[in-house]
Design a protein around this ligand. Structure first.
Ligand code: BES
Ligand code: ZN
Ligand code: ZN
Length: 494
């Protein structure tokens, strides 16, 4: 897929991608070509604005067989000192998407034309490979007329900077991108094709591929253990629940274990606190947290960091039937804490309560849960920021630093003592699952925090960020695979 070489303007390519800064000219002079004058004319196009160096502007010129590359694809980067990872990743994405749209089979990129003081060839290689995978993703779907797939077979990376060591960075970037795409596909898959059993089978295949230990707790196992909160949510379903556990041991001993817990509601009707008909559409994506954790595990399996990681995914749908749980029911969680159910649509926190407790029982020393938990987080932060809550600022800072590298924006919401009192406010049980609509996202976080207890824990509410309405430079409309890259980066750098 990837070849690494020194810049060679004689070699045939369908496209050569070149970065263009506003405050600099063309990054090569074409002196290796007989007709280097011709390359010089491109500079004129830049001055006339026919080739634009404005941020993310794409300009394509045909080279009329004067150079090996048939077309030069310029992507604008704005001013050099203003360049950010986000801009570079999106610029790469836009360029790669253009190659896909033009049905190119071969392409090349002159990586050095994107380099600045802060972005060396290694970092650029990772970001480029990641952007390539992310931006050319398509969900096949079920249309009888198949969507256009990318025809790209090979990309040559031209660089004079550090050719030998780039292979690993290209590999890591590509793995980060493709694992995110795997998560996207899980989330885009309709609930009739992705039940808890399907999700468990997916996890088993992942475990076989990467040698993870795997444990799938069946309904009877969960009953024996006393996972009353998880089971209550499954009560109305004809589909059996699955509590999925994957273990990756990257250290000699099973200590300093990072627990990744993902909400795996394969469809959320709301239960008897039924969602309105419009609010129910899209609830196949309520397993976005599970997908993020599985995507991160794919990266971990490929890259094998020296860390211990435990993935725990409570998987079930949330349905209505004569057997379903109801508002007013009181249930007993795995932790022993009792919960008054005020709203069956606040089911995510219930399944996560038992999953978090189980992760702790299996030895997790740090916990990160990822969940499409509340509509409230979208009201609070919009659909481009993941809401974060924590009981440990140091752990949160580590997650935040990781998110800065991946440009998956997270923003912290507080959990105060008064917030905790609200979830502890019940006349007949220890907790209630839905105190009020005020501070909605915080109530969800505070509830899960009751089960994390003293274990350092970060909660990531991805209800807003797990899908996008319209195509972006790096993602078609639909599932984003958000937090796959951040979780993997966090684990890698922990
Ligand atoms: N799965 C939903 C949250 C959600 C909403 C995800 C929109 C993606 C988009 C969750 O289970 C839910 O229904 N939350 C309720 C909580 C409330 C009943 C306390 C909500 O946000 O309204
Ligand atoms: Zn719900
Ligand atoms: Zn839900």
């Amino acid at each position: 897929m990837f070849f690494i070489d020194k810049l060679d303007l004689k070699k045939e390519q369908e496209f050569l991608i070149v970065g263009l800064f506003e405050d600099e000219g063309l990054a090569f002079n074409g002196s290796e070509l007989e007709n280097s004058d011709w390359i010089g004319h491109i500079q004129d196009f830049i001055s006339t604005g026919d080739i634009s160096p404005q941020k993310k502007e794409v300009s394509i010129i045909h080279t009329f067989n004067k150079t090996g590359p048939k077309r030069l694809l310029f992507v604008g980067l704005g001013k050099k000192q203003d360049v950010t990872t986000e801009l570079i990743r999106e610029a790469f994405g836009k360029a790669c998407k253009t190659l896909k749209a033009k049905q190119a089979a071969t392409g090349a990129i002159y990586l050095d034309s994107f380099a600045t003081e802060n972005f060396d060839a290694k970092r650029l290689a990772h970001i480029f490979a990641e952007a390539l995978a992310l931006s050319t993703y398509t969900f096949n779907g079920y249309k009888t007329n198949k969507k256009e797939q990318s025809k790209l077979e090979s990309i040559t990376i031209y660089t004079d900077l550090a050719p030998e060591s780039l292979k690993d960075d290209l590999n890591s970037g590509y793995v980060y991108g493709t694992a995110t795409n795997s998560a996207r596909t899980l989330v885009n898959t309709p609930a009739n094709f992705l039940t808890a059993t399907d999700l468990a089978n997916y996890a088993i295949r992942l475990a076989e591929k990467y040698g993870f230990a795997v444990e799938i707790l069946e309904k009877a196992d969960c009953e024996k253990l006393g996972m009353g909160a998880f089971l209550a949510v499954n009560q109305g379903s004809d589909q059996p629940p699955k509590l999925i556990v994957l273990k990756y041991q990257g250290k000699q001993e099973w200590k300093d274990v990072i627990g990744l817990v993902g909400k795996g509601i394969t469809f959320d009707t709301g239960g008897y606190s039924l969602k309105p008909r419009d609010g129910m559409v899209g609830m196949k994506t309520d397993m976005g947290g599970a997908a993020a954790v599985l995507g991160a595990m794919e990266i971990i399996g490929e890259r094998k960091p020296k860390q211990n990681v435990l993935a725990v995914i409570p998987a079930t749908d949330n349905m209505v039937s004569g057997k379903a749980f109801k508002p007013d029911d009181v249930i007993t969680s795995l932790s022993g804490k009792t919960i008054e159910v005020l709203n069956t649509d606040a089911e995510g926190r219930l399944v996560l309560a038992d999953a978090v407790t189980y992760a702790k029982q299996l030895g997790a020393n740090y916990l990160i849960d990822v969940a499409t938990l509340t509509g409230g987080v979208i009201v609070a932060l919009g659909s481009d920021k993941t809401g974060a809550m924590t009981n440990n600022e140091d752990l949160y800072t580590k997650v935040f630093v990781a998110s800065k590298q991946t440009d998956e924006m997270i923003w912290q919401l507080p959990i105060t003592e008064k917030d905790k009192e609200k979830v502890r406010n019940s006349k007949i049980a220890d907790l209630n699952n839905s105190p009020s609509r005020e501070g909605h996202a915080i109530m969800g976080g505070a509830f899960i925090g009751e089960f994390a207890e003293d274990t350092p824990w970060v909660h990531l509410d991805i209800a807003g960020t797990s899908v996008v309405k319209a195509n972006t430079d790096l993602c078609p409309a639909g599932a984003t695979g958000v937090m796959v890259r951040t979780l993997a980066t966090f684990v890698n750098e922990f």
